[in-house]
Design a protein around this ligand. Sequence first.
Ligand code: HSE
Length: 295
Amino acid sequence: MLTVRAPATSANLGSGFDVFGVALGTPADVVRVERAPETTISVTGAGSEYIPEDPEKNTVGAVAKALDAPARIRIDKGVRPSSGLGSSAASAAAAAVALNALYDRGRSREELVPIAAEGEALVSGEAHADNVAPSLLGGFTVVTDDGVTQVDASVPVVVCLPDISVSTRDARGVVPESATMDELVDTVGNAATLAVGMSRNDPDLVGTGMADTVVTPERTKLIDGYDRVREAALEAGATGVTVSGAGPGILAVCHRQNQRAIASAMVDAFDAAGVESRAYQTAVSQGATLYRDGS
Ligand code: HSE
């Protein structure tokens, strides 16, 4: 038996829509695999009641098929579905690493990115690699049509997850079809600032570079209480706040000493808006970890 822990991720980071992603220290999915004549899937943990166990309908089933690696697969969900934290991507990334090792397929982590993204296509209708890439590779990732660029980074963050769900399909439905030249220039500036910030582990540059006037404002309308949660996080010292992935999770970047205050400010602000939530105090961290024989 092989066990893989694959982390939650936060895609977009505001200015990097469909391009940027980071691996988070916590939460994570844990996937266990054993060779079997045909693939079976069982799911436990956060939101497992919403996840199909039919291999034809589960992201992990698509990964097993792509690697020609039938297995008994057990998924323990730490990353709630429809959270904006790359839930399906974490399972797909974990399965890709586990099945690649189980059947000695010899694929590199980079080569597993498009395979894990196949699973994502089942959920969102399109194969986005901006969650599977950081879950597989760790750190900060930049996904383009030409491939993935990765930087090890360790920037403190708080992710606040409200007890509401936003489907990726709905969140993609509100993405504007075009942007002005001014918005394009702003976005390039912000995205470049963010990328430099990641390479320097500089929360101030990263927070500043997350600003986005194109996609994020449309998506915040889908999250009850977003504006007051953002304000509360900034007042408590966050260097930048944005929607995590397709939402409803909210990502705040910060210096370590402000993390605890930001987490409670965000939860309190959601509470004031009548929404229950929980906050993860974590950091940009490493990618999927393989444990042999359950060790
Ligand atoms: N970049 C994607 C989005 C991530 O924001 O829609 C979710 O798949």
